[in-house]
Design a protein around this ligand. Structure first.
Ligand SMILES: CCCCCCCCCC/C=C\CCCCCCCCCC(=O)SCCNC(=O)CCNC(=O)[C@H](O)C(C)(C)COP(=O)(O)OP(=O)(O)OC[C@H]1O[C@@H](n2cnc3c(N)ncnc32)[C@H](O)[C@@H]1OP(=O)(O)O
Ligand SMILES: Cc1cc2nc3c(=O)[nH]c(=O)nc-3n(C[C@H](O)[C@H](O)[C@H](O)COP(=O)(O)OP(=O)(O)OC[C@H]3O[C@@H](n4cnc5c(N)ncnc54)[C@H](O)[C@@H]3O)c2cc1C
Length: 676
């Protein structure tokens, strides 16, 4: 197989409709990939990795995954991930997390696998919260995969409110051990990925109790299964929680402790400690133990952006080969991509994918700065990044869900088939609204920060506002949108500022009327979450503009400017009512935004296929290749969907026999009986 990524290069046998699309593009997809992934080297490495993977048959799915049972899915994902591990040192730079993420998502796909969280949720907290001595003890073993781990925080009864986790770790002065205990059924750990059947270690989050005083959630390294037999250790109850909406190649699990003892040295103690005599050594920041969650959230914008991009690649390519209905020319049906409604469905979501990826790379860098600062004892950046990533995580997951669902509908009936792969992408991505902090809960975390910032501005201390919220103190000056992106930013700033102030004032009025602080907060919560969303969407817009400004290549800059303008107009239109309400936006401006939006759709149209080709997902990654094996088929780069859909249907286990037992056992007797 030849892997070809240059949009202008035409491959023999490709669907001519797609070939035509690639010819009309005004830019080079390899160059665009450099912008998406950050550099020529990073984009090239991805291509090289995809190429290398495509040449190793054992890394491909051996069967279409939707036809497998849960056990078969777990077996298949484990087969692939262990085979992959054998090849990894040859295929990627083992110290490069992005390369690791890329190759895993290519080979494993969205079904998950028993090692996914080992790398993304078990090793990172060990790195962040473990001391040098603890790294010495466990990190090498974890990295070599001598042990497999997971992150066990959420319980049956509590996920969002970590302070109320019921699993206890009581320090025993006499034995210098922690006694882990699950006092009630609600306290069972519930959800951790790879806990159910695969892990033999876990980073467990439990409330630390010393001399009957509760010091809140802390992280402990816990061995849960025997390294030889893989049986649960005495005092441990562990198992799988059953099938989920997606991610069924992974074994999310439950875990209970019956007075299970671990050594004092198993408290991850880089930033806090319990001395032999039970003295508690505080961390430099109250929420230091939550740092790992900031890390995961900081990666979610880029992650979710690529999830949406995959669904869009499938939907846009399919829309370019699907012909149905007529426009002017009645002799040939049109590509459904030519319908304005189809473009309106798909193109703003393409823009959001780019926006999320650009924003995501910024937040990942911000987290790396935070981590370096934390390592040298400076925790002053934590509050800002916590607020920012709480908002971003919530907005991108929700909008990604919307975008993927639009992609599914854009594929009509075939989008509803699992052959499209979109339902699997959706099921996985939409989980992001819940995991790593339920969206409403996280929006309310950002709202705390916004309310405090508004209060500072109200107290006449705008100088104390960080750069992210400085606009909350800006004066209102009317803007002319014709002047370009800066005017859009100012309009958005006004909207966001006004909503933050309105919500804060409402909150203050409630308290002044005698309502308690917590109750007043709850009575303003919807308004507060609106403020958080607006603030976050403004931030995403600004990162998009910054990124486009930084581009030197003219052909790339032009198409990304079209995409950015589409984003600006789509976003502003979506929230226009906030600015119409106080007359900051006129109805003429509203009409202008709509017209700009429609003209952006037209400008994007010739580049649509190449904009999604630029993500350079391989057919394997989209589960769309049908070489020696049968896979999902809708997003194929070559566009040959119909014959492959037929192959897919033929491979259904139901079609392996002409007459099913359901017919012989039930339908046939029913029909016979009816004849009597
Ligand atoms: C390399 C190889 C890779 C292989 C990859 C394979 C890839 C395969 C393909 C990919 C396919 C799919 C990928 C899908 C992956 C799925 C992964 C799923 C992972 C899910 C993991 C989890 O969900 S783990 C559990 C997460 N849980 C949560 O997030 C819980 C949410 N709750 C909280 O965080 C907290 O309870 C809270 C923040 C909401 C509240 O905490 P608390 O009650 O303690 O605080 P208060 O509200 O009272 O606030 C007090 C002040 O503290 C401030 N605060 C709070 N948190 C922080 C913080 N983190 N940092 C700084 N400050 C913080 C808060 O702001 C308050 O401040 P003030 O207002 O100033 O008082
Ligand atoms: C696919 C997946 C993988 C996961 N992996 C892991 C893992 O590896 N390790 C792990 O420890 N956990 C994991 N989790 C658990 C996950 O982190 C929690 O489910 C998540 O944090 C939400 O908590 P919850 O389930 O308690 O939701 P709840 O808090 O019970 O949410 C229910 C509803 O209550 C609302 N609500 C709750 N509190 C408030 C509030 N203060 N104000 C307003 N509304 C509120 C929410 O908005 C929501 O609408 C995973 C979950 C999923 C879905």
């Amino acid at each position: 197989m030849t892997m070809v990524f240059l949009n202008k290069e035409i491959r023999d046998g490709d669907n001519p409709d797609l070939t035509e699309e690639r010819k009309t593009a005004t830019f080079d997809t390899n160059k665009m990939a450099e912008v998406i992934y950050g550099s020529e080297k990073l984009a090239r490495r991805r291509r090289e990795i995809s190429q290398a993977v495509s040449l190793i048959p054992e890394l491909a799915d051996s069967k279409p995954l939707p036809f497998l049972s849960r056990n078969e899915k777990i077996l298949e994902s484990t087969r692939k991930v262990t085979a992959l591990n054998e090849h990894l040192p040859r295929l990627i730079n083992m110290n490069d997390e992005d390369e690791a993420w890329h190759i895993h998502s290519e080979v494993i796909g969205f079904e998950g696998n028993p090692l996914a969280l080992h790398h993304s949720l078990f090793i990172p907290p060990l790195v962040i919260q473990g001391s040098d001595e603890q790294h010495e003890k466990w990190l090498g073993r974890a990295k070599r995969r001598e042990i497999i781990g997971c992150y066990a925080q959420t319980e049956l009864g509590h996920g969002s409110n970590i302070r109320k986790l019921e699993t206890t770790a009581t320090y025993s002065l006499s034995t210098q051990e922690f006694i882990l205990h699950t006092p009630t059924i609600n306290a069972l750990k519930w959800w951790p990925g790879a806990l159910g059947k695969s892990s033999n270690h876990a980073v467990v989050v439990a409330s630390l109790i010393i001399k009957e005083q509760n010091y809140g959630p802390h992280l402990f390294m816990v061995q849960i299964r025997d390294e030889q037999s893989h049986e649960p250790l005495p005092g441990i109850a562990v198992g799988d929680i059953g099938p989920k909406m997606a991610f069924n190649g992974a074994d999310n699990g439950f875990l209970g402790f019956n007075n299970f003892r671990i050594p004092r040295g198993n408290l991850l103690n880089r930033h806090c400690n319990v001395e032999v005599d039970g003295t508690y050594v505080r961390p430099p920041h109250d929420k230091m133990n939550y740092a790992g969650m900031i890390r995961v959230r900081s990666r979610m914008a880029a992650e979710q952006g690529t999830f949406m991009a995959q669904a869009l690649t499938i939907a846009v390519r399919y829309s370019a080969v699907r012909r149905q209905g007529f426009l002017e020319n009645k002799s040939q049906e049109v590509k459904v991509l030519d319908y304005q409604t189809q473009q309106h469905r798909l193109f703003p979501a393409i823009a959001r994918s780019y926006a999320f990826i650009f924003c995501g790379f910024e937040t990942i860098q911000k987290y790396e700065t935070l981590q370096n600062e934390m390592n040298s004892g400076n925790v002053s950046l934590m509050a800002d990044l916590h607020a920012l990533t709480s908002g971003i995580k919530s907005v991108v997951t929700y909008q990604t869900g919307e975008g993927i669902e639009q992609a599914r509908m854009a594929c009509g009936g075939h989008g509803y088939s699992m052959a499209s792969y979109i339902s699997e992408i959706y099921g996985c991505a939409i989980g992001g609204c819940t995991y790593e902090g339920e969206n409403m809960v996280m929006l309310l975390q950002l709202a705390r920060y916004l309310v405090k910032s508004v209060e500072l501005a109200m107290r006449g201390k705008p100088g104390d506002l960080g750069p992210m919220v400085a606009y909350l103190a800006y004066p209102d000056i009317k803007v002319d949108l014709v002047t370009g992106p800066e005017a859009y930013v100012k309009m958005f700033q006004h909207i966001s500022k006004r909503q933050s102030i309105k919500a804060t004032e409402k909150f203050h009025r409630k308290m002044e009327s005698g309502v308690s602080r917590d109750e007043a907060w709850n009575q303003c919560a919807v308004e507060l979450t609106r403020a958080s969303r607006l603030h976050t969407r403004l931030y995403i817009i600004e990162t998009f503009i910054r990124r486009v400004d930084s581009i030197e290549d003219l052909s790339i800059k032009m198409v990304l400017t079209d995409l950015m303008n589409l984003h600006l107009n789509y976003e502003l239109l979506d929230v226009a009512s906030y600015a119409l309400e106080d007359g900051f936006m006129s109805s003429t401006q509203m009409g202008f935004i709509k017209n700009q939006l429609y003209s952006s759709l037209e400008k994007i149209r010739p580049n649509a296929v190449s904009l999604v080709d630029s993500f350079q997902f391989s057919d394997l990654q989209l589960r769309s290749n049908l070489l020696n094996f049968l896979f999902q088929v809708l997003g194929r780069r070559d566009g040959h969907v119909y014959q492959n859909l037929f192959e897919w249907a033929k491979s259904s286990p139901l079609n392996q026999t002409e007459v099913l037992p359901s017919v012989t056992q039930y339908l046939k007797p029913m029909m016979e009986k009816a004849k009597l």
